[in-house]
Design a protein around this ligand. Structure first.
Ligand SMILES: C[S@@+](CC[C@H](N)C(=O)[O-])C[C@H]1O[C@@H](n2cnc3c(N)ncnc32)[C@H](O)[C@@H]1O
Length: 220
């Protein structure tokens, strides 16, 4: 009988394969524009090091690099990371790319001044490992930004997602992360707000759930 680790490995490989297939269905999956909530939330931070988790085709990472951040983009899909790297090269943005699973310790013990995760599609089974990886990757004094879709605020959006076989309850969401942030963290924002969509976006405009938290600085 397979042990738990083997079952988990197989699940992660299947998750990566599913994302690779999804990306391979079209030449471009996302808009190429940075996410509205990233622009709002990171706009007032002093640039330092940033980790963009689930970076997809790289628009957020490229935007951060243009603002002066030293950026690492991480995604489980090799196809997405290949596209992100190409887009960054074309934009003249110098970014480190990692193709790997956040929950498998791929960033090691590195810490970043900003850890951003937009529209996480990480299965709930991996919630504990996800939250731990996000918290560990955030440097003392750094910011953790997790943004998801607020399906409670959009019945139409929920219907649209379900029609595509996507149940948000199956995935780690900002409230899961907020609930795990205890001592040593200050939640600056945990709220729903309207999302500004790219002009050519097709589909329902689902509001964002934004979690912005700060890890306490180490006593100096
Ligand atoms: C809904 S997409 C969002 C992409 C991008 N952040 C954006 O806003 O356009 C979710 C992304 O997370 C990636 N992903 C899913 N599970 C992951 C994991 N465990 N580790 C790293 N990336 C993951 C997927 O490959 C996909 O690119």
């Amino acid at each position: 009988m397979a042990d738990n680790a083997t079952v988990q490995d197989a699940a992660h490989q299947e998750h990566a394969r599913m994302w690779d297939e999804r990306y391979a269905e079209r030449d471009q999956h996302w808009s190429g524009q940075p996410n509205h909530s990233l622009v709002v939330e990171a706009g007032d931070l002093t640039p330092g090091t940033a980790l963009d988790v689930g970076c997809g085709e790289g628009a957020d990472a490229i935007w951060l690099a243009r603002q002066g951040w030293t950026v690492t983009g991480l995604d489980i899909s090799k196809v997405a990371v290949g596209r992100a790297e190409q887009a960054a090269n074309e934009a003249g943005a110098d970014i480190e790319w990692i193709a790997g699973d956040l929950t498998e310790g791929v960033v090691g013990d590195r810490e970043f001044d900003l850890v951003a995760l937009h529209y996480p599609a990480i299965p709930k089974e991996d919630a504990d490992a996800t939250v731990k990886a996000l918290m560990d990757a955030t440097a003392p004094g750094g910011t953790l930004l997790v943004v998801g879709h607020d399906f409670e605020g959009s019945e139409h959006g929920r219907q649209h997602a379900e029609e595509r076989g996507f149940d948000p309850n199956d995935y780690v969401q900002p409230p899961d992360v907020a609930a795990a942030l205890g001592e040593g963290w200050v939640i600056a924002k945990h709220e729903s707000r309207p999302r500004e969509m790219p002009e050519d976006f097709q589909g329902p405009a689902v509001p964002d759930v934004v979690l912005r938290a700060r890890r306490a600085a180490e006593p100096g």
